[in-house]
Design a protein around this ligand. Structure first.
Ligand code: AMP
Ligand code: MG
Length: 418
């Protein structure tokens, strides 16, 4: 088949249309129960509700004396109120005494409030006098008391299904008494690089050759977004080699296939042919830069249809295409609710004199000056300039309908930091 024939059949899609079509082909993987210490970055498959209040009992927020607030209402440094200290309670113990009018219990931070008391007077607001204290300040009911359920109420939905677990959620799960958590299985993501020119890290850099970068950046991206990378090696620019390696991925049970290179209109753009011959091409080409010749389709064995994202081979294109399409796909396979990358609004500091009608993703460095966030281009924006990614804090999104960018323009920047 001529590459030109393939071209004609596929209209160029907007980023939204293309992403919508990728995501509509994806449903969350089955769930499994795992220890919370292994759950960082995993996505919950069930709602987590509190079985009890946190904290479970009212307790002191300060070191001081548990008192009846009413006893202190006339207290001043000049006319302190005298209370008899009838006991002491530390965190982790249950108070055995009851605070009655005219008495106080010495209490430590986190210790349960004794019966009868409704406030805590901090040490620094008191003076000691033998068995007694002199309270120099009036405190209202509730002063420095953390009520039961102040943090979480019994029955409350604390972590909804579809949450990507961060350290704070793991701490919360522990507070709730969960040593394990239900999460979606991690997607296994096959990674294939293509190109006759590619050599591996240890191989000699013979004339005409370059090193395979994409397998490594894509591998790390898969890990970062919770997938399990499966390297399928480097295929030569031949349909049989590409097809064989992709089939090996299918046999290995991958949930998603990522291919870089071989999807533009050059003579050797064989990935599209493999997809057309052995599976199905859903779309090809997206109105974006870098990353225009993106191909999306399916490969399958015995009714199992595995989505394939064919990304252009330039190292920046492969990484940017990954962030825009593979990242949300990997998160959706894990059942994540929020697929939006973290982004900020920044003031563009440079000029881009002319651009085409595609959405541009420019590599920028962020700098804060006088409370304003500025985005500076990281230099040459060619899609082969991997150092522009190395220097970048983020990708500035320049909308399709801007025909140039002036310094001072407000742009959204997708953050590339973890
Ligand atoms: P392609 O999309 O296959 O036409 O490749 C576009 C450009 O990216 C060419 O200059 C390739 O040599 C380069 N390229 C393709 N794959 C890789 C890779 N895995 N690592 C580094 N560069 C690559
Ligand atoms: Mg190639």
């Amino acid at each position: 088949m001529e590459a030109g024939e393939v071209t004609g059949m596929y209209p160029m899609l907007s980023v939204e249309e293309a992403l919508g079509r990728v995501l509509s082909a994806i449903s969350p993987l089955p769930e499994e129960r795992i220890p919370i210490l292994e759950a960082l970055g995993r996505v919950t498959s069930r709602d987590v509700k509190a079985a009890y209040d946190i904290p479970p009992h009212a307790n002191s927020a300060m070191d001081g004396y548990a008192v009846r607030a009413a006893d202190t209402c006339d207290a001043t440094p000049e006319r302190p109120v005298r209370l008899r200290v009838i006991g002491e309670v530390a965190a982790g113990y249950v108070p055995e005494v009851q605070v009655v009018p005219g008495t106080a219990v010495r209490i430590m931070t986190g210790a349960p409030i004794p019966a009868g008391a409704d406030a805590v007077v901090r040490f620094e607001w008191t003076r000691k006098e033998g068995e007694h204290i002199l309270v120099e300040r009036a405190v209202p009911p509730g002063q420095d008391v953390r009520p039961a359920g102040e943090d979480v109420r019994a029955g409350e939905l604390v972590i909804p299904a579809g949450t990507r677990l961060r350290p704070q959620e793991l701490g919360m799960l522990a507070s709730l008494g969960h040593g394990e958590v239900w999460v979606h299985r991690r997607p296994r993501v096959g990674i294939l690089a293509t190109g006759d020119e590619l050599v591996g890290i240890g191989e000699p850099l013979a004339p005409g050759k370059i090193r395979n970068a994409n397998s490594y950046s894509n591998y790390a991206q898969v890990l970062r977004y919770g997938g399990e990378p499966v390297l399928l090696g480097v295929a030569r620019d031949r349909e049989d080699d590409i097809a064989e390696r992709l089939r090996a991925g299918l046999a290995d049970g991958v949930d998603l296939l990522l291919v870089s290179g071989g999807v533009s209109v050059g003579d050797f753009d064989v990935v599209k042919r493999v997809l057309a011959a052995e599976g199905k091409i859903e779309f090809w080409r997206v109105r974006m830069k870098p990353g225009k010749p993106l191909a999306f389709g399916f490969l399958g064995m015995e009714g199992q249809q595995v989505p394939v994202i064919g990304m252009p081979g330039n190292p920046v294109s492969a990484m940017v295409s990954f962030e825009i399409f593979a990242r949300p796909a990997i998160l959706a396979l894990q059942g994540a609710r929020d697929l939006e990358p973290l982004s900020v609004i920044a003031t563009f500091a440079d000029a881009v004199p002319r651009k085409d009608g595609r959405r541009h993703y420019l590599r920028v460095q962020l700098e804060e000056r006088d409370g304003e966030l500025f985005a500076h281009l990281t230099g040459d924006q060619g899609s082969g300039i991997l150092s522009s990614m190395v220097k970048a804090d983020g990708l500035a999104i320049i909308p399709e309908d801007w025909d140039h960018v002036e310094p001072g323009a407000q742009v959204r920047v997708i953050l590339l930091r973890p």
